[in-house]
Design a protein around this ligand. Structure first.
Ligand code: ZN
Length: 291
């Protein structure tokens, strides 16, 4: 495998994976169960998820550790004491399936707590929480750290600082933007990139969020702010709606692929999909972008 920073700096693009959470739910994961538990209780399910994305053309796959920080694990039935075991198991599964052919990204999601002054989570504690998870992921042998689905600029910053405290690996950071072109906490793409890109990221952009259309202002604003930034587009497969108590997404793989082509034109170099997407969406994106 080539050096990831170099590969992206040369202007190449890579295809990421699709959803983890919504696919695991379709495999029977209950909303009350922490997805990270499956890294040890149902490893074959996690392997098959990785394999499906690799077969679909993903060149970077995310470990099943989105909620693998101690704050979130503790809320999920006191799993915080198993943080090392659950993160390391996830890395091992992804690495064995990737088998040195594709990049494995250690996934770091938000704590789910509000940061001060709105909530009780202090910046320093947040840095420490993210440093702890990043250390287990890095020691496990991931190729990069991917901080994702962030809404709070301060929390994203804490995650980057925490990661940098423990490893020199490349760091991707993507935030979740809504239809008003801002995160839930009100941050614009311009504010996000102006604060976070100078911290030394390898790639920055948007993931999850309210539909594919929000990626257009995200990519445009970020490109305008930093012409040399490596941009990420990993949106949800359309907008969620409730059907018989279940959240469903409607965007078809071929429509996702059309949008992916547009993201590439707007300068995105890391392209994938988030909630509601499946390996079929990634396969369609691969076909469209490699054509
Ligand atoms: Zn998502």
């Amino acid at each position: 495998m080539q050096d990831l920073r170099q590969y992206l700096r040369e202007g190449n693009f890579i295809i990421a994976d699709g959803a983890t959470g919504t696919v695991l739910q379709s495999m029977g994961l209950q909303p009350s169960t922490a997805p990270e538990l499956w890294n040890v209780e149902k490893p074959e399910a996690i392997r098959s998820l990785h394999r499906a994305y690799l077969d679909a053309g993903s060149q970077v796959i995310l470990t099943n550790t989105f909620g693998g920080n101690r704050i979130r694990l503790n809320r999920a039935g006191g799993l915080g004491k198993r943080i090392e075991e659950l993160n390391r198991a996830a890395v091992l599964l992804a690495k064995e399936e990737a088998d040195g052919r594709t990049y494995v990204a250690g996934d770091i999601g938000p704590t789910g707590e509000l940061m001060a002054p709105y909530g009780s989570l202090s910046y320093e504690v947040a840095v420490d929480v993210f440093a702890q998870q990043a250390r287990f992921l890095a020691e496990g042998g991931v190729d990069l750290i991917w901080i994702e689905t962030m809404s709070d600029l301060n929390e994203a910053k804490a995650a980057i600082k925490g990661t940098k405290r423990v490893t020199d690996l490349p760091i991707f950071c993507s935030l979740s933007f809504g239809r008003r072109g801002r995160t839930m906490m009100g941050t614009t793409p311009t504010q996000a990139i102006e604060t976070l890109w100078p911290l030394g990221l390898t790639a920055i952009g948007g993931n999850c969020g309210e539909g594919v259309e929000v990626m257009i202002p995200v990519l445009t604003e970020m490109r305008n702010a930093f012409a040399d930034a490596v941009l990420i587009a990993k949106p949800n497969a359309g907008l969620p709606r409730l059907e018989n108590g279940r959240t469903v997404f409607d965007m078809r793989p071929e429509d996702m692929a059309t949008h992916a082509r547009h993201f590439l034109k707007l300068g995105a170099q890391v392209i994938g999909a988030c909630c509601g997407s499946s390996p079929a969406h990634i396969a369609a994106i691969t076909e469209a972008l490699r054509a």
